[in-house]
Design a binder for this molecule. Sequence first.
Ligand SMILES: [Zn+2]
Length: 199
Amino acid sequence: MRIGYGWDSHAFQAGVPLILGGLPFDHPQGLAGHSDGDVLLHALTDALLGAVAAGDIGTFFPPGDPRWKNADSALFLQTALEEVEHAGYKISNVDTTLILAAPKIGPVAEKLRERVAELLAIDPGCVGIKAKTPEGLHQDDVAVAHAVVLLEKFEEGGALEQMAAVAEPQKQMDDVVRKLVDRTTEPVRKPVFNTDDIT
Ligand SMILES: [Zn+2]
């Protein structure tokens, strides 16, 4: 099992489309950033990378790189998922908290949960989306996201691993039998000499 944690923040900016968790929102302000500013996917990406000690989002996608200008953050998440898979893990569940003054997340929370689950290729029942307003923080112009992920070893105790556990002793036994058979069937070398020479 592995645990990962990530968080991110982006400032609201007028005239920018708002995208959260890969979902476009009808809102007068979006999140400023080099990419599409999807604060939720950035926090999730960092949590996934952190869980397998693979660095952070900036390691893979430096903010100064023109290739990631206005980039779809689902691409960042996809890269993190590949790192998780490469390390031999799969997602058990994720939990997230969004902190923002507006828009209200409640009415679209279910849709958001389904979209994030789709991007992570897991069941929506394994995705937690919670939203809070920044009470007392005086940060109404900022969106913050926190994310935790739990990973489990791929096929841990699963069918493939069980097959491998059975196959290994069988393979060792086959090797022993093969060696015994080789020994008994090895042609016996007779000493080669000419008896005439011994006189
Ligand atoms: Zn970000």
